[in-house]
Design a binder for this molecule. Structure first.
Ligand SMILES: [Zn+2]
Length: 411
């Protein structure tokens, strides 16, 4: 048999309460399956000033307030307390800090920790909200605070390799800019838009002055806004156009050649290129035996897309050079072939690459790619598809930093 005093002591121990905090009552509502722990303070005792920590006497109490706590068995459990106000000779009359929750939170720290774990593991905010029996707004609030804590706790550590990339946001054509710490594989921050001003303010707000000094190279697409923002904000860093972005340009050019050639052939009643898109764009190393057989059947030397494809494949050798001089010689030869191919998309792409040759050659020295970002991108893709839409950019940012920022999130 448990008497009331023992029960109070039991909950005091569970909540880790020490004098002057005491459990004054425990109410069990068996109809609504609710357990309410009432906490009070022993009169005449002192409490620390929330600003300076000096022990101060209690002045009065605020109105009753409730905090959601971890469930007790199947009972939704809450703490109810009239928070005491202390009188500090220096700071005046202030609400005392309660030991179970952070200021302004409606949840106890243990509950917030649990909610963070559930949010991390859950497929979606909706699923987490269901498990925790919280509203969407409450979940967003917990997540937002966790991210704010994590960002405030970030250390001013050296970042040698940065990635800057754009990411499609919501449906349609809105984009966000995102910067990543490539060595640690984490998203540093994101900003709305992908213009120069957005990228610049992102670099300036996410990186401290000493971090900017420490950045050696930045991997990015051949996107003028990002290049300009980087040159302005971190002038010492080398711009690197990584192999994945270059491969995307070449792939798009090959596909343009294929589409045009295919439509001409179809007009002449020839279906050779129908359904071959995949073959021209994927890496031959991952082709199945069936893919290989279908490719052999295409007389690629006689096809325009075949010649475009050969140029794309040839360019792969570029990445294997260890010396810039040899790579430049290779590029000159490749450029000659590409610009004499009589294939407009290939000629255009070759010219684009030539304009950015400095950044492409820089890859050979720094060997950084946004592939880390691409890995994070697939994670972001999952976050996006599970969220079934974000009401605004801030929610989107919080979700990405929560899952991909490698932040210390707990209270
Ligand atoms: Zn004080």
């Amino acid at each position: 048999m448990i008497n009331t005093q023992t029960l109070s002591n039991h909950y005091e121990q569970m909540l880790n309460l020490t004098k002057p905090w005491t459990v004054s009552a425990v109410d069990l509502d068996t109809v609504n399956l609710r357990l309410t722990i009432r906490v009070g303070t022993i009169q005449g005792e002192k409490l620390p000033c929330p600003t300076c920590g000096r022990p101060c006497s209690m002045e009065d109490h605020r109105e009753e307030r409730a905090w959601r706590h971890l469930d007790t068995m199947q009972f939704e459990t809450g703490i109810v307390c009239r928070t005491p106000r202390i009188s500090c000779p220096e700071h005046g009359i202030l609400s005392a800090d309660v030991p179970w929750a952070g200021a302004y939170s409606r949840f106890t720290e243990l509950f917030e920790r649990f909610a963070i774990d559930v949010l991390k593991a859950a497929q979606s905010v909706k699923a987490a909200a269901g498990i925790l029996r919280l509203s969407w707004d409450q979940i967003h609030e917990i997540r937002k605070r966790a991210v704010e804590r994590g960002l405030a706790r970030r250390k001013d550590e050296t970042i040698k390799h940065l990635g800057i990339d754009e990411k499609n946001f919501l449906k349609g054509h809105s984009y966000v800019s995102l910067i990543t710490d490539l060595d640690q594989g984490r998203v540093l921050d994101l900003a709305p838009d992908r213009d120069e001003a957005g990228a610049q303010s992102l670099l300036n707000s996410a990186l401290s002055a000493s971090q900017k000094e420490s950045v050696e190279a930045v991997a990015m697409d051949m996107w003028p806004a990002f290049m300009k923002a980087t040159t302005d904000s971190i002038p010492k860093a080398t711009i690197v156009h990584d192999k994945y972005h270059v491969a995307t340009y070449l792939g798009k050019a090959v596909d343009m050649v294929r589409r045009k050639e295919n439509s001409h052939m179809i007009k002449d009643g020839i279906n050779t290129l129908k359904g071959t898109k995949y073959l021209w764009l994927t890496n031959p190393d991952i082709w199945s035996d069936k893919d290989k057989a279908s490719f052999r059947q295409l007389a690629i030397d006689e096809l325009k897309v075949g010649r475009a494809w050969a140029l794309k494949e040839l360019f792969k050798h570029f990445w294997n050079y260890r010396y810039v001089g040899a790579a430049e010689t290779f590029f000159r030869r490749w450029y000659f072939r590409a610009t004499h191919s009589r294939l407009k998309p290939m000629i255009d792409t070759a010219k684009t690459l030539k304009r950015h040759l400095c950044g492409i050659l820089a890859y050979l020295k720094h060997r950084i790619t946004n592939a880390v970002t691409e890995g994070l991108n697939s994670k972001i893709q999952i976050i996006k598809s599970n969220a079934s839409g974000f009401r605004n950019f801030q929610n989107y940012r919080a979700a990405i930093l929560f899952h991909c920022g490698k932040l210390s999130l707990y209270p």
